[in-house]
Design a protein around this ligand. Structure first.
Ligand SMILES: CC(C)(COP(=O)(O)OP(=O)(O)OC[C@H]1O[C@@H](n2cnc3c(N)ncnc32)[C@H](O)[C@@H]1OP(=O)(O)O)[C@@H](O)C(=O)NCCC(=O)NCCS
Length: 216
């Protein structure tokens, strides 16, 4: 009988870098991520996301998270994929790192986003998470660029991008989720030769089957 990792290779992906572990989520991780988000990610006035998803009541957040995971697994396609990693630091779950790409075989561009529960912020973990997925992208998948973005004013996210070697890549203006003002997103891009790596080696388990799964 086949294992779930053989059927769906993202489940076999695990990245380690010093004290950090990134493991692709299973449905059983939804309550863990819900608990981390419910502890608070930001001050409401500082909304760093395109939607106020993390401010839902906890029972609603739990269902939304589980349904988001199921949708992401179900919608996964080689030409349009999305990985959700649960990040743990020294064995303790701390946050989530998203990695996605469209038409990757040709475009070779990967988009990332992340968040940490507030109690785990400001300790260098977000920088390490980004460095770990950039290593996955460049070294294991052959990405030619890594793309990210943050709302202008998000100093922590801006600092992570700068520390990892990203460069400004234009701004996008849109309506703030509250519907009453503009939000400005700063896009950033990292090219392989500018990548500032983590002080620890990055090890990736399950990269071979994943590469095959997405057609590399
Ligand atoms: C953005 C985020 C992922 C960064 O992770 P983190 O672990 O907190 O960041 P790090 O500890 O790795 O810090 C990286 C740099 O940012 C700086 N930094 C952190 N918080 C800061 C703040 N509020 N103001 C200014 N600089 C800040 C740190 O000093 C550090 O630089 P240094 O090492 O040169 O001192 C995390 O803060 C977070 O989850 N924030 C809320 C959600 C969010 O904004 N997600 C990103 C959406 S685009």
């Amino acid at each position: 009988m086949r294992t779930l990792e053989e059927i769906f290779p993202p489940f076999g992906l695990r990245i380690t870098c010093g004290p950090l572990e990134l493991r692709c989520v299973r449905e059983s991780d939804a309550p863990i991520a819900t608990d981390l988000a419910a502890r608070g990610i930001y001050e409401p006035a500082e909304l760093p996301f395109l939607r106020r998803w993390a401010e839902a009541a906890e029972h609603e957040l739990a269902l939304n998270t589980a349904q988001f995971y199921w949708r992401t697994f179900a919608d996964f396609r080689p030409d349009d994929w999305h990985l959700i990693f649960l990040a743990s630091h020294e064995g303790t779950p701390v946050g989530v790192q998203d990695v996605s790409a469209k038409d990757f075989i040709h475009v070779r561009s990967i988009i990332t986003g992340s968040w940490l529960s507030r109690e785990h912020q400001g300790k260098g973990i977000g920088t390490l998470m980004r460095q770990a997925v950039c290593a996955l992208g460049f070294d294991e998948l052959g990405a030619e660029e890594m793309i990210s973005g943050y709302m202008v004013g998000n100093a922590a996210s801006a600092a992570v991008s700068r520390k990892v070697g990203y460069e400004p890549n234009g701004q996008i203006r849109g309506l703030h989720p509250d519907g009453d003002r503009v939000r400005v997103e700063q896009r950033v891009r990292l090219l392989p030769h500018n990548f500032i790596r983590a002080p620890w080696p990055v090890e990736v388990e399950g990269a071979g089957p994943f590469r095959e799964f997405i057609g590399i």
